[in-house]
Design a binder for this molecule. Structure first.
Ligand code: ADP
Ligand code: MG
Length: 354
C-alpha cells in the first residue's frame, strides 16, 4: 500500500516537474480563431501562455458589442433606439453611450463627413438588407433632412435621436471592437497578437521574431485578387483601418455604386479616392477613431483629407495611405510608428505628403 502511494506521488511529481520544466513558450504558444460577426469574417491570433483563453475572450467581447450595435438584430440596443427614438440604457448597455459620444466627436471634427444618422439613406440604397437599388432623387431629397449628427443626444444612461432619425454604426463599430480587444489583451497578459476585423487591423506588440507585423493594403483595382497589393504596412502596437469603394458595392446599368455615402448628397462618395487607410497607435479610443476617419476621409477626397491630416492640432496622431483613382498612392505619416513598403510592380506612382 505504501509502495503504491509512493508510486502515485512520484508519477504526480514527475508530471508536475515535467510541466514546470517546459512552460508554455509565450512566443510559440498561440491560438488562431475565426469569428463571423458584424457581417464580417474576423481572424484573431493571440500569443502567450493564456492565448486560447484570450482568443475566446476576444470572441465574447465582439459578440457582446454586436448584440448592442447591430442594426439588423431587432433586439439590439441600436435597433431599439432606432425604433423608439430614445432609449434608457441598462448597466450592460452603457457602452452604447461611449460609442455615441465618440461618433459625435468625429461628426464635429470631420464637418459631418462622418455621420451615423446617414442610416435611412444607407437603407434606401439597400445596403442594410442586401436588396440593392438606386433610390429616386425625390426619395433622397425626402431623407436628407434626417441626416444630421448634431441632433443625437447622449447621457450616461440615455440616448435620443431627432424626429424620424435612425443611426448606423457600420463605419465605427468594428474599429471600436478592435479597440476593445486591447483591454482583453492586457487582461490576459497577451504579449503579441494580430486581429483583423474585416479591414480593421490591430497589430499588438511585434512578431515572435521581433520584427513588425506585416499588413497588406489591397489594390482597389483588383479586389478579387488577394495577392494584389499597393503595399505593405509594417506595424507594432498600432491600428490600421482601410475603407474602400471596392469593399461593398453593386452594379446597375453598367454603373458601380459603393457603400460609403457622402452625407451631403446621399450618394456614394465620388471623391477620386478608391481607398483610405488610417494608422494610429493603440491609445484608448484610437480603434474607433481610425475606423470613423477612414470612412470620413474617403468621402472628403485627397485634398480635404490631407488638409484634415495637416490641421490636426489636438488628439491622437494618425497617418494615412490614400489610393487615388488616377493611379497614385499618397503616404502621409505623422506618427513615425509605421513603415510603408510599396509594391513597385503594382503600377502605382508613390508620393509622400508632408
Ligand atoms: P466597412 O464597413 O466596409 O469596413 P466603413 O468603415 O467605411 O467600411 O463603413 C461603411 C458603412 O458605414 C456603410 O456600410 C454604412 O453602413 C455606413 N456609412 C456609409 N457612409 C457613412 C458616412 N459618411 N458616415 C458614417 N457611416 C457611414
Ligand atoms: Mg470606417
Amino acid at each position: 500500500m505504501k509502495g503504491r502511494i509512493f508510486c502515485l506521488w512520484t508519477a504526480l511529481l514527475l508530471a508536475l516537474t515535467g510541466c514546470a520544466m517546459t512552460p508554455a513558450d509565450p512566443d510559440t504558444a498561440r491560438e488562431s480563431i475565426q469569428v463571423i460577426a458584424m457581417d464580417t469574417a474576423m481572424l484573431i491570433t493571440t500569443y502567450g501562455e493564456r492565448s486560447p483563453a484570450a482568443a475566446y475572450a476576444c470572441e465574447d467581447a465582439i459578440r457582446e458589442l454586436e448584440a448592442l450595435f447591430s442594426r439588423t438584430d431587432p433586439d439590439s440596443a441600436v435597433s431599439r433606439l432606432n425604433a423608439a427614438g430614445s432609449l434608457e440604457l441598462s448597466e450592460e448597455e452603457t457602452e452604447l453611450a461611449g460609442i455615441l459620444r465618440q461618433a459625435g466627436q468625429y461628426y464635429e471634427e470631420t464637418g459631418g463627413a462622418f455621420d451615423i444618422t446617414v442610416a435611412p439613406v444607407v437603407s434606401a440604397w439597400g445596403f442594410t438588407t442586401d436588396s440593392f437599388q438606386v433610390p429616386a432623387q425625390s426619395e433622397l431629397d425626402r431623407l436628407l433632412p434626417l441626416v444630421d449628427g448634431s441632433a443625437v443626444t447622449v447621457e450616461d444612461r440615455a440616448a435620443a435621436l431627432g424626429p424620424g432619425q435612425s443611426i448606423d454604426l457600420g463605419a465605427i463599430a468594428k474599429g471600436y471592437a478592435a479597440g476593445r480587444l486591447c483591454t482583453v489583451f492586457n487582461e490576459y497578459d497577451v504579449p503579441r497578437a494580430l486581429a483583423d476585423l474585416g479591414g480593421n487591423v490591430l497589430a499588438w506588440g511585434d512578431r515572435p521574431d521581433g520584427t513588425p507585423w506585416r499588413v497588406g493594403i489591397q489594390d482597389p483595382a483588383h479586389p478579387d485578387d488577394k495577392e494584389a497589393l499597393v503595399g505593405v504596412l509594417e506595424l507594432v502596437d498600432a491600428f490600421a483601418v482601410t475603407s474602400g469603394s471596392y469593399q461593398r458595392y453593386f452594379e446597375q446599368d453598367g454603373k458601380r455604386y459603393h457603400h460609403i455615402i457622402d452625407p451631403a448628397t446621399g450618394k456614394p462618395a465620388d471623391s477620386g479616392l478608391t481607398s483610405v487607410t488610417v494608422v494610429a497607435g493603440t491609445g484608448a479610443g484610437n480603434g474607433a477613431m481610425c475606423d470613423a476617419y477612414s470612412t470620413a476621409l474617403f468621402t472628403m477626397g485627397e485634398a480635404k483629407a490631407l488638409e484634415f491630416w495637416r490641421s490636426r492640432q489636438n488628439g491622437a496622431l494618425f497617418s494615412l495611405v490614400l489610393v487615388t483613382e488616377d493611379g497614385r498612392v499618397v503616404v502621409a505619416d505623422q506618427t513615425g510608428r509605421f513603415a510603408f513598403v510599396p509594391s513597385e510592380e503594382s503600377g502605382y506612382v508613390y508620393e509622400t505628403a508632408s
